[in-house]
Design a protein around this ligand. Structure first.
Ligand SMILES: [Zn+2]
Ligand SMILES: [Zn+2]
Length: 849
């Protein structure tokens, strides 16, 4: 009984013991200076928002990164593995409203709580480089970057729409708008108001952001595709249709007349990717927000009501998250536009699927050659005019959507190919001044103004005499006032803090007002990973030498929900910093990994579903090693993981077996240290072969496949095999040197997954120093190679025998071995073999008659 107790695996004792030791040794997980001479490896998990509680998604994310960091340390790399806090944002203000706790206090308490949880999980972070974005030593550099961008014309102001709750009398974030109403006033409809706001000119880098994706081969293809779509480049032409004078439209004539009489001066600029089809345009369609629409509706209340309805449909579709799937509706305006190429009069419509912020907010509709236009024209009875035919003449089914064709019904352009016509029509538009070739991007400039308290103050001053004035660098940081009353009244809370707002103009010395907008929190996360390389720098955001040594990030790991915004913004920021001369890399991360979600009972864990599993509970019950290892082993890391507590218990039992096995044989194994290993034979050879096969497999997985779930399966098999040889081990058939190699390597292989258990067993085996500084085991290919394989032999699909062949036997040798087998010979005697199926290394099947 006493021995049983001694051998019991008890993570509740082991884990805190090692965590204390690790905490007392900060050099253990610290990045070394470049002069260390080792190759560098920067592994990074996305930094969390400090909500106060880690969830299982975090545990999975960090377990992946931690396993990789530990593995790279053991491979001899200089590893940077930092952690920080994305600490600005709305929840802190909401909590302040609810509990009357100042946002700073609430946030810092949450950080402390989550840091405790991370340490309890035994995660190997270099806390000396910790970054907390809500602290002035960090956000002053957001302000510094803002000023540099302002100087380069990359930060600017323009009028833009915001969500406005009339009841709160304040701006709402998109996530505070619920079903079109205010989150706090559930029956108050949120209005759109025009407000002057700050923007970053990310569109200046649109083409480079797009081109750069081709080089990011270490990024998931789906992420690159999402970014390409988000950037949304299209090549095309802008063309001005002229608005026909109102007097000319009384006829209600929708035929395409040819007269140019009655032309007004108003130009309606449309964007099209197919100007070669312009002779087939049978209407012009405007977004409901288009400037002309307001003019049309001013004198037409019926039209006004119809347009309001279109706007409402658009808004609903936007909220539902799929604008592309909107059911298409439109209304005719009674106005006409003139095609500049042939003078054709076409009706002007307003449609709900035309977006104000794509292209020019106006299109020409060519139903014969566009699916969407065809659908719309069919629904509303608009004419359909074919102007492209296939290059090879024949029947054409409309809509005919192809750029491989020839123009018809297009006047002097008939017979030209689509490509030739496009070029010619663009030249004419440019020469006559009614259009030009144009590349359009879906990507819009990044609106960074927030009318919020808990964010980085924008370092600008409004002076009546001098206009916009930059806060001088030496006055940075513009500090967030600490004592502030958060109410939901009247714009930015900062606007009500007189000491903050009232300022001396740095230019004229007169009274002036500070900007009260704060920055979008995506600013914080756009460059935080550079700060890790030089986190204490008080003179600059970071030193270039440190950044140039560590960048690009070798492996970035995070959720796919950040595939677009965070990753586009941080790519943009990297390019801006490069152009400021701070860094030399073009992209922040060489490789990106997006892990799957953690779900339970088939659904995402959420409080409302009541299916949340708390990491603390799992750690208390099974230990950190079991919780971490389970989150890696239960599914391939890129897939969703369905959390099963049975599975955690299973991993915990497995770790206990490793514990018992190693502690049992450690005393014998230790005597093998320094002994000359003999050429292994018998059971030693069998076990060492299995060991070296396992090493090869796990090493390969770390090099890119990351199928950690099959890694543990392989380690479990190895442990089974060692345990299966218990009698021989007990009888001393395995020499101590071989036993030591077996147990020592087993421990090393588990080190990235179960660090506490491993630290304890490492000591148990008489090893000194941290296992992280022990070299990762090398697979010996000679030892790993099987010399014989057992091959099942089937006759007509039924197993009749098993033969042994050399591991490198070819198909002919396998067939010969099968045919030489006595049982096989007995079965085929007197019959004809009609087919022989040989699967190399696996199977022989004979079909006989
Ligand atoms: Zn409200
Ligand atoms: Zn001034």
């Amino acid at each position: 009984m006493a021995e049983d107790k001694e051998l019991r695996y008890d993570p509740a004792t082991i884990e805190p013991k090692w965590q204390q030791r690790w905490a007392a040794d900060p050099a253990l997980y610290a990045a070394e200076p470049a002069s260390c001479g080792k190759p560098k490896y920067y592994v990074l998990e996305m930094l969390p928002y400090p909500s106060g509680q880690l969830h299982m998604g975090h545990v999975r994310n960090y377990s992946i990164g931690d396993a990789l960091a530990r593995h790279m340390w053991m491979r001899g790399y200089n590893v940077l593995h930092p952690m920080g806090w994305d600490a600005f944002g709305l929840p802190a203000e909401n909590a302040a409203l609810k509990n009357n706790t100042p946002p700073r206090q609430w946030t810092l308490a949450n950080i402390a709580a989550m840091k405790r949880q991370m340490n309890r999980l035994g995660l190997a972070y270099d806390w000396a480089t910790e970054v907390t974005t809500c602290l002035p030593e960090y956000y002053r550099w957001n302000q510094w970057f803002f000023l540099r961008m302002y100087e380069k014309g990359l930060a600017y102001r323009k009028k833009s729409k915001v969500n406005w709750c009339p009841e709160c009398a304040t701006v709402l974030a998109n996530e505070q708008v619920v079903d079109g109403c205010c989150w706090r006033h559930e029956t108050t409809v949120v209005e759109q108001r025009d407000l002057v706001q700050w923007f970053f000119r990310i569109t200046a880098y649109a083409q480079e952001l797009l081109d750069g994706l081709d080089k990011l081969e270490g990024w998931p293809e789906k992420v690159r595709t999402m970014q390409r779509n988000w950037i949304g480049r299209s090549e095309g032409t802008e063309v001005d249709f002229l608005l026909a004078e109102k007097a000319d439209e009384g006829t209600g004539n929708r035929d395409q007349g040819t007269g140019t009489e009655g032309l007004g001066k108003t130009r309606i600029r449309v964007f099209t990717t197919r100007v070669d089809t312009i002779f087939g345009a049978t209407s012009v369609q405007l977004a409901p927000q288009h400037g002309l629409v307001a003019e049309f509706t001013a004198a037409d209340p019926v039209l006004k009501a119809q347009v309001d309805e279109l706007l409402e449909q658009q808004k609903k579709a936007r909220e539902a998250g799929d604008l592309g799937a909107i059911e298409k509706h439109g209304v005719p305006t009674g106005h006409f536009a003139i095609n500049p190429y042939n003078g054709a009069r076409v009706p002007i419509w307003i449609a709900n699927y035309i977006l104000a912020d794509y292209g020019t907010g106006a299109i020409m509709s060519v139903p014969a050659h566009d699916e969407r236009d065809f659908e719309f024209a069919t629904k509303y009875g608009l004419p359909i005019t074919q102007v492209i035919r296939p290059a090879q003449e024949g029947e054409t089914q409309l809509p005919f959507v192809s750029e491989e064709g020839v123009l018809v019904n297009s006047g002097e352009f008939d017979g030209l190919s689509c490509a030739a016509a496009e070029k010619k029509l663009q030249e004419i538009a440019a020469a006559k001044g009614f259009g030009e070739a144009k590349v359009t991007f879906r990507l819009k400039d990044w609106g960074v103004s927030r009318q919020r308290y808990w964010g980085t103050p924008i370092p600008m001053i409004h002076c009546e005499r001098d206009g916009l004035v930059q806060v001088p660098d030496e006055q940075l940081p513009v500090l967030l006032p600490d004592q502030i009353e958060i109410t939901q009244q009247g714009g930015s809370p900062l606007g009500r803090v007189a000491e903050f707002v009232n300022v001396i103009c740095p230019k004229c010395g007169g009274p002036a007002r500070r900007e009260t907008d704060t920055m979008d929190t995506f600013v914080d996360s756009s460059w935080y990973f550079y700060r890790y390389t030089d986190a204490k720098n008080a003179q600059a955001p970071f030193g270039s030498a440190a950044a140039n040594y560590w960048f690009p990030i070798d492996q970035y790991i995070g959720g796919v929900e950040h595939a677009i915004l965070h990753l586009i913004y941080s790519r943009f920021w990297t390019k801006v910093m490069r152009d400021l001369g701070l860094i030399v890399n073009d992209e922040p991360a060489r490789r990106l990994f997006t892990q799957g979600m953690v779900i339970k009972d088939g659904a995402k864990m959420s409080k409302s579903k009541g299916n949340v599993v708390s990491p603390d509970d799992m750690v208390a019950k099974y230990g950190a090693d079991a919780a971490r290892a389970y989150s890696l082993f239960a599914a391939p890391p890129d897939r969703d993981l369905d959390w099963q507590e049975d599975g955690v218990a299973g991993v915990s039992r497995f770790l206990a077996r490793v514990w018992r096995l190693t502690t049992k044989y450690a005393p014998v194994a230790r005597t093998g240290r320094g002994q000359q290993a003999e050429a292994p034979q018998g059971v030693s050879l069998k076990l060492l072969r299995k060991l070296h096969q396992t090493i090869a497999k796990i090493t390969l997985d770390f090099e890119g496949r990351w199928h950690f779930n099959t890694c543990v399966a392989a380690i479990m098999e190895l442990v089974n095999e060692i345990q299966g040889a218990d009698a021989q081990l007990a009888a001393g058939e395995v020499p101590p040197a071989a036993l030591l190699e077996l147990l020592r390597s087993l421990v090393l292989l588990l080190a990235p997954f179960a660090p506490h258990l491993v630290a304890e067993l490492w000591e148990e085996l008489g090893e000194e120093g941290s296992v992280l500084r022990a070299p990762w085991p090398q697979s010996d290919p000679e030892l790993a190679r099987e010399d014989e394989l057992e091959i099942p032999v089937q006759i007509n699909g039924k197993l009749v025998s098993v033969v042994r062949v050399a591991a490198d036997a070819d198909a002919a040798a396998m067939e010969a071995a099968a045919l030489a087998d006595e049982k096989v010979q007995a079965r085929i005697a007197g019959k004809t073999i009609v087919k022989k199926i040989v699967v190399p290394r696996k199977l022989v099947n004979l079909v006989v008659r």
